[in-house]
Design a protein around this ligand. Structure first.
Ligand SMILES: Nc1nc2c(c(=O)[nH]1)N[C@H]1C(S)=C(S)[C@@H](COP(=O)(O)O)O[C@H]1N2
Ligand SMILES: [Mo]
Length: 254
């Protein structure tokens, strides 16, 4: 069978060896940014044309061979976050805001009371490693439906507790976004459990996104707010995600 991932990602992804490599690519003059910008539209339209709403492959328990390798932020230092973690996230609230008719403020109990989906999927990090794990969570579509998106909403933006970057100019908290097609995809879930146990802090507790047809960096961990917007222009440097602002593709189809 022809290798869709290779076809879609081409040489750009193959050339990536680690998240850190693009630290310098956030500058607007970076040639890497231009390269990725042109490649990305092709990736998105090619994947959508090829597979439409198809599901990502799902696996069996026997395929889970190792734990999910923690990557990126693994232990947020934010004071609010630490306090919540100490009390099993009793005080955690997921805020759903922006272009919605009915903003939401949901506790973990609220989220786990909603119908859940469980899926065993493969996580592909752009750095070149993969892990198969079982994820359980509430479909993002279910949560968005509660919040009643306005007709102008186009993107779901995820705001996270972890400062991925610290410098004299301040902290940058991880952010990601997907469009509403992926947001309502049946395998797009807000996961609170992994491999049959509550989601560990290292993997994004108490709530992390799974968007199974894209690369690992899209799967925002430590999510506290979902904001519906009609544009990504005012977020970060305008590319829609922390890593997209540093040279990766916003639509990271696999
Ligand atoms: N909030 C947040 N989400 C994040 C990251 C991060 O650093 N912070 N890293 C991303 C990357 S590059 C990957 S591969 C996955 C890693 O998820 P894991 O730690 O469960 O393996 O989370 C993604 N989501
Ligand atoms: Mo990653």
């Amino acid at each position: 069978m022809f290798d869709r991932r290779k076809f879609l990602l081409g040489s750009t992804a193959a050339a990536l060896s680690g998240c850190k490599i693009f630290d310098s690519a956030g500058r607007s003059d970076s040639h890497l940014r231009a390269l990725f910008a042109s490649h990305e539209g092709l990736t998105r339209s090619a994947q959508r044309a090829l597979i439409g709403d198809a599901l990502a492959p799902e696996f069996s328990e026997a395929d889970i061979r190792q734990g999910q390798r923690p990557n990126g932020s693994t232990d947020p230092t934010d004071a609010t976050y630490r306090k919540m973690a100490e009390t099993a996230f009793r005080d955690y609230r997921l805020t759903v805001t922006g272009l919605v008719e009915a903003p939401q403020n949901l506790s973990l109990a609220d989220l786990t009371a909603l119908p859940s989906r469980t899926q065993i999927t493969r996580h592909d990090c752009v750095e070149g490693w993969s892990c198969i794990a079982k994820w359980q969570g509430v479909p993002l579509g279910t949560v968005l439906t509660l919040a009643k998106p306005k007709l102008t909403a186009r993107y779901a933006v995820f705001h996270c507790f972890d400062a991925i970057e610290r410098s004299l100019s301040g902290e940058v908290f991880y952010y990601e976004s997907i469009d509403l097609i992926d947001a309502y995809h049946p395998q797009t879930i807000l996961a609170y459990a992994m491999n049959g146990a509550p989601l560990p802090v290292a993997n994004g507790a108490p709530l992390r996104l799974r968007v199974e047809r894209q690369l690992g960096y899209k799967m925002a961990k430590y999510v506290h707010t979902i904001e519906l917007t009609d544009s990504l222009a005012t977020l970060g440097f305008g590319k829609g995600s922390y890593w997209a602002d540093r040279g990766y593709e916003w639509y990271a189809g696999i």
